[in-house]
Design a protein around this ligand. Structure first.
Ligand SMILES: [Zn+2]
Length: 274
């Protein structure tokens, strides 16, 4: 099928807003462009954005993505919140550079590099950056409505705005090795397992997948490690054991397992190299 015959991604209906309610602080005003993944964490290049649902199944080739020259971005937060995230991003990029270096050496079979890669981290600053970008990486139509009370999102917003203990009683954070160069962000995914269900949000870009759930729900991929705010480092297992589950939703979906999501809130971006 030629490019001309493709249907443009539905993502096109969820970009272009200039003003709205910031998805972090909730203040109405001019919206600024947030790069997700953060600019400092990836090589800025030409990318395409599509919805996760347009990457699955036999119709996947039918959709053309939204093209961008300078990386994947979302205009859903105010400039002040954007700057706040920018001040945290360095912690993520430093850690991911170390993990990436280790992963490359491991794949090149340099003997001194084992299957576990680690990087020192300030876990609060790290989580603040990723949760902020996770809140931002979505449909701009969310900015049209004034924020309403949400058991799931209110503590996340407070945490990003500077309350270090906002998640202590409400949320768990998990992470694991993510070996692909496709970025995935998905908010408010309902995941069901063994008769129990919960809400999760995910932000994945090489080399780590990062997930936030409501506290104590016990639903997370088998390969996940729980992030504690007393951790001194991120540790990822580069083993190929988990390779069958590197794609969204990162679990086998056997038995009664399933997930539900609103398609506009689950987005991928990938380099096009053109
Ligand atoms: Zn804001």
């Amino acid at each position: 099928m030629g490019e001309y015959a493709k249907q443009i991604t539905k993502r096109i209906r969820h970009v272009g807003l200039k003003e709205g309610f910031c998805l972090i602080c909730g203040i109405y005003g001019k919206l600024s462009q947030d790069h997700v993944p953060p600019s400092s964490c990836v090589t800025i290049q030409r990318v395409e954005q599509r919805l996760v649902t347009e990457m699955l199944g036999p119709e996947a080739k039918k959709f053309a993505g939204i093209k961008a020259r300078n990386g994947s971005s979302f205009r859903t937060i105010c400039e002040e919140c954007n700057n706040k995230l920018g001040r945290c991003d360095g912690v993520v990029s430093e850690a991911y550079k170390k993990l990436t270096k280790h992963a490359l050496s491991y794949y090149r079979s340099i003997d001194s590099f084992g299957v576990l890669a680690s990087a020192p981290i300030n876990p609060i600053v790290y989580a603040r950056s990723l949760i902020g970008h996770m809140l931002a990486a979505t449909s701009d139509q969310e900015c049209l409505r004034a924020p309403e009370h949400s058991e799931y999102y209110d503590p996340l917003k407070r945490f990003v705005l500077g309350d270090d203990s906002a998640l202590d009683e409400t949320h768990d954070i998990y992470y694991w090795y993510y070996p692909k160069n496709i970025h995935i962000s998905a908010k408010s995914v309902i995941v069901r397992n063994r008769g129990h269900q919960t809400t999760v949000s995910v932000l994945s870009f090489f080399p780590v997948a990062f997930m936030v759930t409501l506290k104590g729900q016990g639903i997370y991929p088998a390969q996940a490690v729980k992030l504690s705010f007393s951790d001194k480092s991120l540790i990822i297992n580069l083993s190929s054991t988990n390779l069958p589950f590197v794609d969204f939703p990162f679990v086998p979906l056997s038995g009664d397992q399933f997930y539900m999501l609103y398609d506009a809130q689950a987005i991928v971006s990938y380099p096009t190299g053109r």
